[in-house]
Design a protein around this ligand. Structure first.
Ligand code: CA
Length: 233
């Protein structure tokens, strides 16, 4: 594996800590190299058990997670991390399979990149995820509670209830629901939704939107007895 040329562009990190979970040493080093050169600090965990120990010791600002890992696999890592934290997780999936992406997002990942990996793309997604995490609290009105028939969205605790029962959403699902709930009855174009929820650079990622909407809908419907909250054109 050779070191690729530097990527031009405005992205630069703010020294956040990124945990890179990858069992192939050369690949882990390469990911780390790319992230470090953009101004982030990285730590490498060679398997899921190391990753969980590291998260336990000190929560990183973001996790880049390979799904196929020895010992504790990536799915388990997402599940365990989500029990205690909303730290952004970007999964690296070996196959571009839609099923894997849907499952990854449903488990609580925020975004994914597929192998063979484009490093500039990974860097852009890391920057976007960190920006979202930083900006989430800074949006005016984000702390307000929104109520629509049967559904309540608490902007402070990010707690969502359907018919008074809690619905557990991933951070991305929450942002998507929130964005739609702030615009009841409005048809939001896919590209606008992608930019608003994920950030600029995502406007064409229809897979990501479809998979997230599907998961969000399923979670709401499970509580709402089939009542639909999100309609697509
Ligand atoms: Ca692997």
């Amino acid at each position: 594996m050779t070191v690729p040329p530097p990527v031009p562009g405005p992205i630069s990190g703010h020294g956040e800590r990124i945990l890179v979970v990858e069992d192939e040493p050369a690949f882990a080093e390469l990911i780390s190299f790319w992230l470090e050169r953009h101004g982030w600090h990285t730590e490498i965990a060679p398997d899921g058990a190391h990753a969980l120990r590291s998260v336990e010791e000190r929560l990183p600002d973001l996790i880049v997670l390979d799904l196929s890992l020895p010992r504790v696999d990536g799915w388990k890592v997402i599940e365990r991390v989500r029990e205690q934290s909303l730290v952004p997780i970007i999964v690296v999936t070996a196959r571009g399979s839609e099923a894997d992406k849907v499952r990854g997002l449903a488990s609580g990942a925020d975004d994914y990149v597929t192998k063979p990996l484009s490093f500039p793309e990974l860097v852009a997604r890391v920057a976007a995820a960190l920006r979202r995490a930083r900006g989430a609290a800074a949006i005016p009105g984000a702390a307000a509670t929104l109520e629509h028939p049967g559904i309540r969205i608490d902007g402070l605790s990010h707690r969502v209830e359907v018919d008074d029962q809690p619905v557990h959403l991933t951070p991305t699902e929450y942002r998507l629901l929130r964005h739609l709930a702030e615009r009841p009855g409005v048809l939001v174009p896919h590209a606008d939704l992608l930019v608003a929820v994920w950030g600029p650079g995502y406007r064409d990622d229809h897979h990501l939107l479809r998979a997230t909407v599907r998961n969000l809908r399923a979670k709401l419907a499970a509580r709402a007895g089939g009542r639909r909250y999100i309609e697509t054109e």
